[in-house]
Design a protein around this ligand. Structure first.
Ligand code: FES
Length: 170
């Protein structure tokens, strides 16, 4: 299958070539390759999956099966920060619905959507095992607990600010 590479993605595919070359020597490194590919592209669109399949001489169905199976992989563009709102029982009882409403209002997005500035993606999750801190949200790997809706604007602002500062440093 012919894969058309967009001009502005060429450098990204060159980086991906290096990742494939690094890991391809060892069997079972598909997940590492997919993780790094997601770091490069931000997500794993169909053309990137096809490219990896071709380079590794694997059926596309194998690649897509792994990408679909693991929740850490995304086939859609995601924000820089992924917010997971826990909708497990303990969090729900402690008001996760109000937290969710506050996030939706602050970012003007619904569950499954990404903010216009590509900063935040909102997801609903099951219990993450931090019920003692209910209600809980995760933002990438950070856990924020014992929240009230009034906490949401300042928490989101911290991430936006941090992102701007990192952007300035780069
Ligand atoms: S129910 Fe939310 S962390 Fe357990």
């Amino acid at each position: 299958m012919e894969i058309l590479i967009r001009e502005n993605d060429k450098q990204k595919f060159q980086k991906l070539d290096k990742v494939i070359a690094r890991y391809n020597v060892e069997a079972g490194m598909l997940i590492r390759i997919l993780q790094e590919a997601q770091n490069i592209f931000g997500y794993l669109p169909a053309d990137v999956q096809s490219y990896i399949a071709k380079e590794l001489k694997l059926p596309i169905s194998t690649i897509n099966g792994v990408v679909s199976f693991y929740s850490l992989f995304s086939q859609e563009p995601r924000g820089k920060y992924v917010i997971g709102i826990c909708m497990g029982t303990a969090c729900y009882v402690k008001g996760s619905q109000e937290i969710l409403n506050a996030i939706k209002e602050e970012l003007a997005i619904d569950v499954g959507e990404t903010s216009v500035d590509k900063m935040f993606t909102l997801k609903a999750t099951r219990c993450i095992g931090a019920c003692g801190l209910a209600p809980v949200i995760t933002i990438n790997e950070n856990v924020h607990g014992r929240l009230s809706p009034a906490d949401i604007p300042s928490i989101l602002y911290q991430y936006t600010k941090e992102s701007r500062q990192t952007g300035l440093r780069n």
